[in-house]
Design a protein around this ligand. Structure first.
Ligand SMILES: [Zn+2]
Length: 191
């Protein structure tokens, strides 16, 4: 049995799912739980288009179930404090600078100062002058979510609002940015 992570766009929402390819499976099967998320089991050689159609036909059911599980899932609170900030500030700076450079390699957006702050609830911000601020607690997030915040602020250097061209830029860097945004909404920075 092979497993891989996939995403599918259902009603303008990127929905992550686990695709299991099985030699023994004869039929497509969908399962969903709060613990595993959406799991699709498919015969090993069934074309991806068939699998996607199968999920699309059941989009209403999938989204309804996901909404129920999302609402029930607890919010992760990430706490800190002054001492914790001083201890982790430089590690956070190293992470942020490293990823900024990585995402900006082919883009060459100009940014000013990069500050690591001890912010209560914000994860990041971009000033009109092009300075970028990040909450040091992003080092406690799963790395894909830290990446999301860093790439998000990077895109604000060109697009100051969250309009269509902003999202287009961001999906050019992180194709699953909408799913990541959704995932990030389950985390709160907390003092
Ligand atoms: Zn933003």
């Amino acid at each position: 049995m092979k497993q891989m992570k996939q995403t599918i766009n259902l009603s303008k929402r990127d929905v992550a799912f686990t695709l299991k390819r099985s030699e023994r499976a004869r039929l497509l099967r969908l399962e969903i739980s709060g613990w595993t998320g959406l799991v699709v089991t498919a015969p090993s050689r069934l074309p991806m288009a068939r699998i996607e159609n199968f999920i699309r036909e059941r989009a209403g059911w999938v989204l309804e179930k996901m909404a129920i599980f999302d609402a029930a899932r607890p919010v992760n609170r990430i706490g800190g404090g002054r001492r914790d900030y001083l201890k982790n500030k430089e590690a956070a700076r190293a992470l942020v600078l490293d990823r900024l450079e990585f995402f900006n390699r082919d883009r060459r957006f100009n940014y000013g100062q990069v500050k690591i702050k001890n912010q209560k609830s914000r994860w990041g911000s971009c000033s009109r002058k092009g300075n970028l601020n990040f909450n040091y607690k992003i080092i406690r997030l799963p790395s894909r979510l830290a990446d999301y915040i860093i790439a998000h602020e990077l895109c604000h250097l060109c697009e100051f609002n969250h309009g269509l061209s902003f999202w287009r830029k961001l999906s050019g860097i992180l194709p699953d940015c909408r799913a990541l945004r959704q995932e990030l909404s389950r985390y709160r920075s907390w003092h």
